[in-house]
Design a protein around this ligand. Structure first.
Ligand code: ADP
Ligand code: ADP
Ligand code: ZN
Length: 223
């Protein structure tokens, strides 16, 4: 593969998934969310899913081994060749090093790492109000991103929605702690490599999207 890899860094609720889906539509980059992959594994009852379930419910980080195995399998699929947006990966220094190794083996490289900067206090509200269309996976919010017609997904017309078990106040606080302890240090790591951009993700969804658009356009132009 020769495609660009764009990494979205940010705590739970920062808007990684929302923005990754928008970038996917506009740039043909594939959204790779390790959270979505792990939830699918839990639902399917695979050995990885069984091992990950309790850790996810408690708001901890799933082991690097499990996450890397899942990501590696996904990255081997042909649609990733055009490039990918990593949403929720890497989350540890070990994962960042493994990503470089994985990319070296397939001729890819990290084109940009973008930190979505937000206040912790606002994140609890973002996560607690989040829900997802069961039909198409579109993300919604009780206050900040409501469908045009209440109860119906604008994207697909679906009327069934899900809320994540780990999107409660107690678990979110634990997930924020995990972010600061293990993931936030990656901001300095990518900065040292000259790959880091920062976006004020306290802005509304459209303004964040405009900032990201500019960065990704520059990255893909330089590819
Ligand atoms: P993440 O993937 O980083 O955990 P999401 O993209 O799922 O975050 O966003 C969390 C929730 O906040 C969702 O319900 C989403 O609709 C909403 N949201 C995303 N970005 C913003 C924003 N800039 N302002 C207000 N709400 C947002
Ligand atoms: P959010 O963006 O709201 O933090 P995710 O969907 O990215 O949520 O992740 C949900 C949960 O899945 C995390 O709390 C963690 O338990 C697990 N997880 C997802 N990605 C990783 C990863 N790269 N490494 C370890 N655990 C992960
Ligand atoms: Zn939908």
């Amino acid at each position: 593969m020769a495609g660009q890899i764009v990494i979205l860094l940010g705590p739970p609720g920062a808007g990684k998934g929302t923005q990754a889906r928008m970038l996917e539509e506009r740039h043909g980059l594939v959204q790779l969310s390790t959270g979505d992959m792990l939830r699918a594994a839990v639902k399917a009852g695979t050995p990885a899913g069984l091992a990950a379930k309790a850790v996810m419910e408690a708001g901890g980080l799933v082991s690097d081994e499990i996450v890397l195995a899942i990501l590696q399998e996904r990255m081997a699929q042909p649609d990733v060749a055009k490039g990918a947006i990593l949403d929720g990966f890497p989350r540890t220094a070990v994962q960042a090093a493994a990503l470089d190794q994985l990319l070296a083996g397939i001729g890819g490289r990290v084109g940009a790492a973008i930190s979505l900067d937000v206040d912790d206090a606002a994140m609890v509200q973002r996560v607690a109000g989040r829900y997802t269309c069961a039909g198409c996976g579109e993300g919604w919010h009780d206050s900040f991103k409501q469908p045009e017609k209440a109860g119906t997904c604008d994207k697909c017309g679906g009327t069934e929605f899900t809320r994540r078990a780990d999107d409660n106040e107690t678990t979110v606080r634990g997930r924020l702690d995990a972010y600061h302890a293990q993931t936030a240090p990656l901001i300095a790591h990518y900065d040292a490599l000259g790959l880091l951009s920062r976006v004020d993700a306290m802005q509304d969804i459209a303004a964040v999207a405009r900032d990201l658009e500019r960065i990704v356009a520059e990255t893909t132009a330089g590819a």
